[in-house]
Design a protein around this ligand. Structure first.
Ligand SMILES: Cc1cc2nc3c(=O)[nH]c(=O)nc-3n(C[C@H](O)[C@H](O)[C@H](O)COP(=O)(O)O)c2cc1C
Length: 324
């Protein structure tokens, strides 16, 4: 039997379900060329962060001058950084033939619109809006306000771009299902579950915040697997990409069974190198053959919450019969 591992995600046809997630591994044209050669089906370019552009421009300008001159320099450096990002998108687009997704992370409507326009002009295949809520949380913010800001950002982007819009969500949301439904109504085509913010830790001797475990581990798969299983049943006709803790080919199969159309890999590429992609693809195809699954679509979502037996497992929170 000839097995078919093609899939479709957010309107893009992918030759297999493996997408390289946004990270420093996807920052340059050379790296993206290598990722394509390694066999990934699509690439999400490292995010452009409005806040870090503003912060870095401000810092550099402050180091070199003061007052009005610093303000001028600040704006000038910011513009240069955005120009460099545009050049990177152009170079990546020219260096690759697989779908390329531009990731943007903003706070102001002005920046969402501007970055989305640039990505569209540079012929990206889709947009990934990096919607993190950590910096927005405050006791003065009513429930639902942050979600509304996400919806506003999507609408602003949609008003200036015809590219398929995908969103990468944070894990700490109150009700991802209602948010996913609202996003779908705004025209969002794909949802990435979930982003992994920069992990922090504390050095208790120096009393300093330090980097935590930058890369994910095997147990990190549990949360995105659960929410993919729940959401793909609850909010259908929108695609899901699972991100977080996918380290082996078996994890890819699990993600598909739970309802994902694709997975996004990052940590495992850092740990094992790009040759892992071919091994994964080979093993997925072999598994499909052994299971008599001609296509990936044939088993996608077969273990999501639309079946009661699986819904019970996915919604289970208590630890029954645990023995240490
Ligand atoms: C060093 C590093 C940099 C990252 N940079 C970005 C980024 O620019 N934008 C983004 O959306 N996610 C970023 N991520 C998150 C990854 O895209 C991915 O969602 C996360 O690491 C979970 O997947 P994994 O378990 O395969 O690592 C980064 C992750 C790492 C480890």
């Amino acid at each position: 039997m000839a097995t078919n591992i093609t899939t479709s995600y957010a309107g893009l046809t992918l030759k297999n379900p493996i997408i390289a997630a946004a990270s420093p591994l996807t920052a340059t044209a050379d790296q993206c060329r290598e990722l394509e050669k390694a066999g990934v089906a699509a690439i999400v370019i490292k995010s452009i962060f409005e806040q870090s552009i503003a912060h870095n421009a401000h810092r550099l300008a402050d180091m070199q001058s003061h007052g009005e001159e610093a303000d001028y320099l600040d704006a000038y450096i910011g513009e240069q950084m955005i120009g460099e990002w545009r050049t990177t998108l152009r170079e990546i687009e020219a260096a690759t033939t697989i779908p390329i997704i531009a990731s943007i992370a903003c706070h102001t409507t002005e920046a969402w619109v501007r970055y989305a326009k640039i990505a569209t002009e540079e012929r990206m295949d889709a947009l990934e809006l990096n919607l993190m809520n950590i910096g927005l949380a405050s006791k003065r913010t009513d429930n639902g306000t942050i979600e509304q800001q996400f919806i506003d950002a999507i609408n602003a982007v949609r008003s200036v771009s015809t590219l398929p819009i995908t969103v990468k969500l944070a894990v700490n949301l109150t009700n991802p299902a209602s948010l996913a439904e609202r996003m779908k109504a705004c025209g969002v085509k794909g949802i990435v579950l979930f982003n992994r913010p920069y992990p922090i830790d504390i050095d208790i001797e120096k009393r300093e915040y330090i980097a935590g475990h930058t890369l994910s581990c095997l147990s990190d798969l549990s949360t995105p697997l659960r929410w993919t299983g729940l959401l793909s049943a609850e909010v259908s006709n929108i695609d899901y990409a699972l991100s977080g803790g996918v380290h082996t080919w078996q994890d890819v199969v699990k993600a598909i069974l739970a309802g994902a159309s694709a997975v996004q890999l990052c940590s495992t590429l850092y740990n094992s190198g790009l040759s892992l992609v071919q091994t994964m693809l080979h093993n997925i195809a072999e598994w499909q053959e052994a299971q008599n699954e001609e296509t990936l679509e044939g088993y996608r979502g077969k273990m999501n919450a639309s079946k009661e037996e699986y819904a019970n497992e996915l919604k289970r929170i208590q630890y029954l019969h645990f023995k240490a």
